[in-house]
Write a protein that binds this ligand. Structure first.
Ligand code: 13P
Length: 257
């Protein structure tokens, strides 16, 4: 678990699930069941169209941080289908997932685009959740650290830290997402400690000690206790298990332990 000043963060990535009504209902269920003072931060990232209703349901509560799953790096313009950072800010969003592997593999996002997005989030006062992670073929080829290192450096290249308060990274091995498979605990710890070291090289000791590094990929109530206990794991980015209040809250409880 997070040492020192690092407060654990459990973030639900709802992906392309839950329209406005269902998303608001899940947000309400979470809000009703979360303890008043939790030892972990909790965030949810609904689909864009559900952000408004979820934000209204969460209004007035500090218990759940409103997140988004993506954004463009420009402030406005002719970019059909995209959402700009000030729009997220206006909707009450405080954290934004950037460079998720599904964006990279299904929608062609490259390191350069992800770096621009991270820098834009920082400029607009949004906390970026920069996702990195290797494909199964890359792990098999022994190039996990090379790939993850490149993604971290590219993601932070545009000068995210130290101007970026609260920067979050997420290690999500692509082959562990939605598959029920996870790396071993030592493998997770190795990559997390490597990521913290990369951040140290880029941004210095103080930011590296503060940055929260989440694990994502088939995290569930059963495996979360052990994963969250690793020294460089500061929380979780949860997909499937975040779509039910009971399983998500069990992971939050594991983080707050
Ligand atoms: P799963 O928890 O469904 O494996 O998804 C992880 C993820 O991609 C979170 O961003």
């Amino acid at each position: 678990m997070a040492e020192g000043a690092r407060r654990p963060l459990i973030m639900g990535n709802w992906k392309m699930n839950l329209g406005p009504a269902d998303a608001a209902a899940l947000a309400g269920a979470l809000l009703d069941s979360l303890p008043a003072a939790s030892a972990a931060d909790v965030a949810v990232a609904p689909p864009f169209i559900s952000i408004g209703p979820v934000g209204r349901r969460l209004a007035g509560s500090e218990a759940i941080i409103l997140g988004a799953q993506n954004m463009h790096w420009e402030e406005r313009g002719a970019c059909t289908g995209e959402i700009a950072p000030p729009m997220l800010v206006e909707a009450g969003v405080r954290m934004v997932i950037l460079g998720h592997s599904e964006r990279r593999t299904l929608f062609g996002e490259n390191d350069d685009m992800v770096g621009r997005k991270v820098a834009a989030a920082c400029r607009h006062g949004l906390v970026p959740v920069l996702c990195v992670g290797e494909l199964e073929s890359e792990r098999d080829a022994g190039s996990t650290l090379e790939v993850v290192g490149r993604q971290v450096r590219a993601g932070l290249q545009a000068g995210a830290p130290p101007s970026c308060d609260g920067l979050v990274l997420a290690y999500e091995p692509v082959w562990a997402i939605g598959t029920g498979r996870t790396p071993t605990l030592p493998e997770i710890q190795d990559v997390h400690s490597f990521i913290r070291n990369e951040v140290r090289n880029i941004a210095g000791k103080e930011i590296a000690a503060k940055v929260r590094i989440l694990y994502g990929g088939s995290m569930n109530p059963g495996n979360s206790v052990e994963i969250l206990a690793l020294p460089d794991v500061d929380g979780g980015l949860v997909g499937g298990a975040a779509l039910g209040s009971a399983s998500f809250l069990a992971i939050v409880a594991a983080a707050a332990d």
